[in-house]
Design a protein around this ligand. Structure first.
Ligand code: NAG
Ligand code: NAG
Ligand code: NAG
Ligand code: NAG
Length: 588
């Protein structure tokens, strides 16, 4: 979640309202890490459930299966349901269901119903079949949020498909194949159709700020497509285009690797290093317990993901007061990215927990594989926590293997200890903790913070999510191809009475319409213009199934530009490549 979109423009003072200036944890006697985890796990599960309708204690009046991002209704206002946060939260709940907590089943069924409903709600990103699934958030009463926002965000459908696919597979194994097919699959199918259609287009990243290609979105898309194909087969259903798109998405994913870390946002000039916990969250999301340490899918134990872990962690060492004086090789508070200015930029609980989760997931993979390989890419990561280590493969049973595993476990626990240090006595997890004094900051009781605690500590205990079939889907094709353009012919008809020398143009939100720039606006023709029917028209190729805003402008003989009156006009192009549509407007 994250509101820099709006907050960027807000006065800085507003952002500091509610900051508790006193350090919270230092005065308390600290429980052992195991005791802390035990207590905090209970608190975190309660914290998640409290934020879900209809009976969550902090989600009064919220419909069944709707996850509120946080009960905070001002400074910041997170009283919305985000597709991403809800999906990651439910992924954690489905994992607990699989691990035996069947009391969660009704809640999960509520989620399926709620998401099926939301998929049908038209919103500023589009209608159900025209891009609306990429809308980042909705009002908690399931109506569209129509304010300005960084949209679309294309990770939501992929994440929801994954949460529901894990659930559908569990249903199939537990006598619920009919429910999986008739109730869950239709929701997944729509999400996957969205991914197939849009994976190769830009959108906003998980922090809702950067309009480009986000590694997290691409990694989540690949996973969702791969497991979607397998599920469709099991259910005797079609996942049109999924099997073809998946390797291409993996191919594109390779281009985020810089040689020493993942650049989390590409196809955009954002002026950042790209070191962003986006990439670590990607690695834990696409962790497959059956995978080797595959670089191509950025598995937690892969050399690339470990080098990236170091790069991202190191980017926060010198910038936060709470991290000062902490030696290399010891855990620090992790934020989103070092250039972050939201609430002045702070460590986040869920980011610090993700750093721990990657390490626990890596340990699971090494243990299963029976060896640890240190190569030139991962060597600096290992050297930080075990200075004597050198390049090589170390077999389970050897003392070096044991030393590495123990050092990684200690390092993972150290990240949990950072979270422990900055968690208040009542266990409430906000979004962030202050970069200097460690006090909880921003949204209180952030659902995602609690969910992140649950998954990190499950991995520590060796509890993992089911395989998504990574081992058979981890080789990118040699050459990458994007999706071919899918355009539609849109005819603009506008009745506009003009005087000699005046011309009519159309401009708007799309590149094809000149992005609101009068200089790049598209000219209309007056070849059918008559006194009784002052018709100006143009036939323009636009992306299919796309909602956009536009206006007509009039350029006078001396070059003056006259805009139509407000509001902007709005249209959704026809669905289907090569289709046509006509708009009939009258100049205002
Ligand atoms: C689309 O895919 C091609 C091939 O992988 C890639 O070069 C391009 O950057 C991608 N563009 C977007 C916006 O995803
Ligand atoms: C996002 O960037 C693409 C080009 O990279 C552009 O076509 C699109 O209009 C941008 N979207 C927004 C909402 O700024
Ligand atoms: C993992 O690597 C081992 C050794 O290279 C190989 O034998 C095995 O087939 C691989 N497993 C998977 C799932 O890729
Ligand atoms: C515009 O008019 C044409 C017929 O003149 C019609 O086919 C088309 O549906 C109209 N467009 C809209 C958006 O109503």
């Amino acid at each position: 979640m994250l509101l820099s979109w709006l907050v960027r423009a807000a006065p800085a003072a507003l952002l500091l309202v509610g900051v508790n200036a006193s350090p919270v944890a230092d005065h308390r006697k600290r429980a052992s890490l195991d005791d802390f985890i035990k207590t905090q796990t209970e608190i975190s599960l309660k914290g998640v459930l409290a934020n879900i309708g209809p009976d969550g204690s902090k989600a009064g009046g919220v419909p069944a299966g709707i996850v509120v991002a946080s009960p905070s209704r001002s400074n910041p206002d997170y009283w919305y349901t985000w597709t991403r946060d809800a999906a990651l939260t439910y992924k954690a709940l489905v994992e607990r269901l699989i691990a035996g907590d069947t009391s969660l089943k009704q809640k999960i069924d509520d989620y399926v119903t709620a998401q099926a409903y939301l998929q049908g709600v038209s919103n500023p990103s589009g209608g159900p079949d025209t891009g609306g699934l990429g809308e980042p958030k909705f009002n908690v009463d399931r109506t569209a949020f129509t304010g300005a926002w960084g949209r679309p965000q294309r990770d939501g459908p992929a994440l929801r498909a994954t949460a529901l696919t894990i659930y559908a597979n569990w249903l199939i194994q537990n006598g619920g194949a009919t429910q999986a097919k008739n109730t869950v699959w239709p929701v997944i199918a729509k999400d996957l159709a969205y991914v197939v259609k849009y994976w190769n287009q830009t959108g906003f990243d998980l922090w809702e700020e950067v309009n480009g290609s986000s590694y997290f979105t691409i990694a989540a898309s690949h996973r969702a497509l791969v497991e979607g194909v397998a599920l469709a087969t099991k259910l005797g259903q079609q996942c049109t285009g999924c099997a073809e798109a998946a390797p291409q998405v993996l191919c594109f994913a390779q281009s985020f690797w810089t040689g020493s870390y993942i650049d989390s946002n590409i196809n955009v000039n954002d002026g950042r290093t790209g070191k962003d916990v986006n990439s670590i969250i990607s690695s834990i999301h696409t962790f497959d317990p059956n995978a080797n340490c595959t670089d191509a899918t950025f598995q937690p134990c892969s050399a690339r993901a470990l080098a990236n872990h170091k790069a991202v962690a190191d980017s926060f060492r010198s910038i936060y007061g709470v991290n000062k004086g902490i030696a290399q090789g010891r855990a620090v508070g992790i934020g989103r990215y070092s250039e972050d200015v939201y609430y002045n930029g702070n460590p986040w609980y869920l980011a610090t927990l993700a750093a721990a989760e990657q390490l626990y997931s890596a340990i699971y993979q090494w243990d299963k594989q029976g060896s640890i390989t240190v190569n030139s890419v991962s060597l600096p990561f290992f050297r930080d926590i075990l200075p004597s280590i050198s390049v090589g493969t170390y077999q389970k049973g050897s003392s070096t293997y044991a030393s590495i595993l123990s050092a990684v476990k200690t390092y993972g626990d150290d990240f949990i200890a950072v979270v422990q240090k900055y968690t208040p006595a009542n266990g409430a997890l906000a979004e962030q903790f202050d970069r200097n004094n460690g006090s909880p900051l921003s949204a209180a009781d952030l659902t995602w913070s609690y969910a992140a605690f649950l998954t990190a500590t499950e991995r520590r205990a060796g509890v993992v999510s089911p395989t998504w079939d990574e081992p058979s889907n981890n080789v990118p094709p040699k050459a990458c191809t994007g999706t071919p353009a899918c355009n539609t012919k849109t005819t603009f008809n506008v009745r506009a009475t003009t005087t000699f020398g005046e011309n009519i143009y159309v401009t708007g939100q799309l590149t094809q319409l000149g992005n609101w720039s009068p200089a790049d606006a598209k000219p209309l023709s007056a070849s059918k213009y008559t006194n009784s029917d002052p018709l100006w028209f143009a036939e323009i190729e636009l992306p299919a199934g796309t909602v956009f805003e536009y206006k007509y402008i009039r350029k006078t003989a001396n070059g003056q530009v006259v805009w139509e009156s407000d509001p902007n006009r709005r249209f959704t192009t026809a669905v289907g490549c090569g289709s046509t549509a006509t708009v009939n407007d009258t100049w205002r």
